[in-house]
Design a protein around this ligand. Structure first.
Ligand SMILES: Cc1cc2nc3c(=O)[nH]c(=O)nc-3n(C[C@H](O)[C@H](O)[C@H](O)COP(=O)(O)O)c2cc1C
Length: 319
């Protein structure tokens, strides 16, 4: 990876303004901080805590063609430095999403990225085709961690061919930017990233949750009704950073980093590893204002470091 000189950290913060804007697939974001899908509800629920117009972008909960009821409870378990969830992509379906959520979001001063779920390739394309009729969609984020029902339930994102197939199907029905969200539950995430880039993705985001499990020793039962779930939060940050760094070195399209970001400094680490933007997920459950605190933390880091543009940080890891 290209090496750039590391800024010296000065003792006292400067007062110069910092340009936080970044560009992802032709979209200029006012800052690199986005919400992570599924952790910010439809946005409306957080509007009392966060000035949505301060966000770089808002990523919605996963939307499927028909309503999905999700998995049985318990479907959340706290872990050391993180949480497990097996929500099961519960959502009201694309029609209800357009009426209830998108109509409201379109009136907010924030780019809206719609996260798309599907059990078949045709499902993904159908959701995007429906959303093409709506204004107020800045980009799509295609979640390829969904189980592929045409292939025995294995997630689309765990092999290059199905990951590329979903990407091509979505690419064929939209000119809006397509971000493909990668699963970390693979041996070589860089090869999946290259496959979706070749299939037409404009950007990739990573990581989704890592498969995990929690057991209650007293009851001798799994803590989740589904036994296994997705691990998120600070526990996964080192894995996410490693994967972002690997993928940024493997593709030419922008990378959006996600996994355990709690502070501005966490976000800066992802930018240094090669991410052009970041997403904040589990932190929203701890502090509903986490996204804004992360933005303020990036500004503080830049001021202390004498950096005038957050773009200077992207890929500036000194190895
Ligand atoms: C409760 C919950 C629901 C989630 N729902 C989705 C989803 O609908 N689509 C998706 O692509 N990722 C979903 N994710 C994954 C997050 O967007 C994110 O990739 C992951 O949690 C890692 O980031 P974090 O450690 O900051 O939470 C969900 C995560 C959690 C904790």
């Amino acid at each position: 990876m290209e090496q750039k000189s590391r800024p010296a950290i000065s003792a006292s913060p400067g007062s110069a303004t910092v340009d936080l804007s970044v560009e992802i697939a032709g979209l200029v974001l006012r800052n690199p901080v986005m919400t992570a899908s599924g952790t910010f509800a439809s946005g409306r629920e957080f509007a009392g805590f966060v000035d949505l117009s301060r966000l770089g972008a808002l990523v919605t909960k996963g939307v499927s063609s028909d309503p999905w009821s999700g998995n049985e409870s318990p479907r959340i378990a706290e872990t050391s430095s993180g949480m497990l969830n097996s929500i099961g992509l519960q959502n009201p379906g694309v029609e209800a999403f357009c009426e209830r959520d998108l109509a409201w979001l379109a009136g907010q001063d924030v780019p809206v990225v719609v996260n798309v779920s599907g059990h078949t390739v045709a499902d993904y394309a159908a959701v995007v085709e429906r959303l093409e009729r709506e204004r107020g969609v800045a980009a799509y984020e295609v979640n390829i961690s969904c189980p592929n029902l045409d292939a025995g339930g294995m997630a689309f994102g765990t092999a290059c061919a199905p990951a590329a197939e979903v990407t091509r199907a979505v690419r064929a029905v939209t000119k809006r930017p397509v971000i493909v969200k990668l699963s970390p539950n693979v041996t070589d995430i860089a090869e999946i990233a290259r496959a979706v880039e070749a299939a037409g993705a404009d950007a990739v985001s990573l990581i989704n949750t890592l498969l995990g499990m929690a057991i209650d020793a007293r009851t001798r039962r799994p803590k989740l009704a589904r036994t296994v779930g997705g691990l998120s939060g600070p526990a996964i940050k080192p894995v996410a950073l490693r994967m972002v760094w690997q993928v940024a070195g493997a593709v030419s399209i922008p990378v959006i980093g996600c996994g355990g970001i709690m502070t501005g400094e966490d976000a800066v680490e992802f930018l240094l590893a090669g991410a052009s933007a970041v997403q904040v997920g589990t932190a929203n459950f701890v502090d509903p204002g986490a996204t804004v605190h992360v933005i303020d933390g990036i500004v503080e880091y830049c001021r202390i470091s004498g950096i005038s543009s957050a773009r200077e940080l992207i890929g500036a890891l000194d190895t």
